[in-house]
Design a protein around this ligand. Structure first.
Ligand code: PMT
Length: 432
């Protein structure tokens, strides 16, 4: 399955709440239907002030629902049937108000009622004034809905309808559709949360704690610009799920925009390389096996401006950015006197085996997983990967396969190669 057709034939409820970004909802319907989805739109109680049901009906081809008490609409498809109809629910925009209602389980209108009643995965694309977005109440509500397994798409930073600058702009409709397609592809491809059942777990890593880094890091240039990379975090998520199935306790230190993870995974969200470094170092005492899958930014701006950098106004004028090197997280973990077993990844484009072998030794790693990222069909931001696992006494070639299969194969190999060492060095706190 490719990223772009993951929405083909999916039944999607698009919830629209009452914010200025609601005017983009017809474009989002278009973007989703262009990917083959069947979309029904549900407006929150006040969203009709920002976008007309008529235009949404025209683009979706379905009557637009907005009232819990509409007898004729309920007779055609009751709100519970509508909740069951959905394969996916996306609320875009989700305002601060609707977010608060979702976080606290209110069912005061059709949209919030549907979100409570559905078993479908729920995605939210926040849009609000930057002060509202940064208010501690909104942060707490975002944290709460994440804990329910809702996935966030955006928001972006930039100029807002109110004329202010900052985080809170809704992600553009085409990008929301793309992110949704990508997440759904990942859910379908990986053995996702619903597929990890206790009876499917085994005990190859039982009693051990595995800590995994995943995704990109984001290094701020100013409040709206940053340096990052194309890592999606999928390979790290798949490894975390494989380790969980192998009976381990799993910590996942996840960079920004890494998709939803199984509730039994202890997830620590971070933004910058420095945050990831701190989280990794804090995990050492409890970790038996550390796996660095993250694409950590090697450099960050020497200074992160507190205000948005302005244009000089002179076309062609040069701007230079001083960069400083970030700490090497995995090398620090490997150098720690109480180090766990340490496995790194190596994303290489040329002389791949030679570079990866040298990297393993330079960083004092027990093993390294080589990805040849010159092949665009594997590695960064793709659903598949191929790798060579390199360790002290040998190398194992794992041909192209889904990232979940690769993760399962890596865990199997690591358990076989290092099982005895891991058992012998198991953290005392676990055996006490
Ligand atoms: O996230 P996905 O889209 O699923 O893609 C997966 C992946 C391609 C990102 C993954 O499979 C991968 O190759 N990850 C390593 C990417 C990388 O940054 O490689 P590197 O060769 O630059 O780093 C080598 C090792 O050092 C890695 O374990 C990395 O996590 C670690 N590192 C690097 C720099 C740094 N400052 N600190 C680190 O810990």
């Amino acid at each position: 399955m490719t990223k772009s057709n993951a929405l083909a034939d999916k039944q999607i409820i698009l919830g629209v709440s009452a914010g200025i970004a609601a005017y983009k909802a017809p474009l989002l319907v278009r973007a989703l239907t262009a990917l083959g989805a069947d979309v029904q739109v549900v407006l929150s109680a006040n969203a009709h002030h920002f976008v007309t049901p008529t235009s949404l009906q025209a683009v979706s081809g379905h009557p637009v629902r907005q009232n819990l008490w509409d007898e004729s609409a309920e007779a055609a498809m009751g709100h519970i049937e509508l909740a069951r109809w959905a394969d996916i629910v996306i609320v875009a925009p989700v305002t601060a108000n609707t977010l608060a209602h979702l976080a606290h389980g209110f069912a005061h209108d059709l949209l919030t009622t549907l979100c409570l009643a559905t078993e479908a995965p729920i995605f939210l694309a926040p849009a609000m004034n930057q002060q509202m977005y940064q208010h501690p109440a909104t942060s707490a509500n975002l944290e709460t809905v994440r804990s329910y397994g809702y996935q966030l798409i955006g928001p972006e930073s930039g100029e807002q309808a109110c004329g202010e600058f900052g985080p809170g702009r809704m992600t553009e409709p085409n990008d929301i559709a793309g992110a949704l397609a990508f997440s759904v592809a990942n859910i379908d491809q990986s053995t996702s949360q619903t597929k990890i059942r206790p009876d499917l777990r085994d005990d190859r890593l039982s009693g051990l704690t595995v800590t995994i880094t995943a995704g990109p890091t984001v290094e701020a240039i100013d409040p709206v610009r940053y340096i990052s990379n194309h890592s999606s975090g999928l390979q790290g998520i798949c490894l975390a799920e494989s380790a969980l199935r192998a009976g381990a306790s799993v910590n996942l230190i996840a960079g920004p925009r890494v998709a939803q993870t199984h509730p039994d995974i202890n997830r620590i969200d971070v933004i910058s390389a420095e945050d990831m470094f701190n989280a990794a170092m804090a995990s050492i005492q409890e970790t038996d096996l550390f796996i660095g899958v993250a694409a950590v930014a090697d450099y960050r701006p020497a200074v992160s401006a507190t205000e948005k950098m302005k244009r000089s106004g002179e076309p062609g004028a040069g701007v230079s950015l001083e960069l400083v090197e970030n700490k090497d997280i995995i090398a620090h973990v490997a150098e720690h006197p109480d180090r766990p077993l340490v496995v790194g990844f190596a994303a290489e484009t040329n002389d791949t085996l030679a570079h990866a072998r040298a990297k393993r030794i330079r960083k004092k790693l027990d093993a390294i997983v080589l990805n040849d990222v010159s092949d665009p069909t594997i590695g960064f931001n793709s659903t598949h990967n191929a790798a060579t696992l390199i360790y002290d006494h040998g190398e194992v070639t794992l041909p192209k396969q889904s990232k979940q299969q690769l993760a399962d194969n890596l865990i199997t190999n690591l358990a076989e190669i290092f099982g005895k060492k891991l058992a012998d060095t198991k953290r005392q706190s676990v055996t006490n």
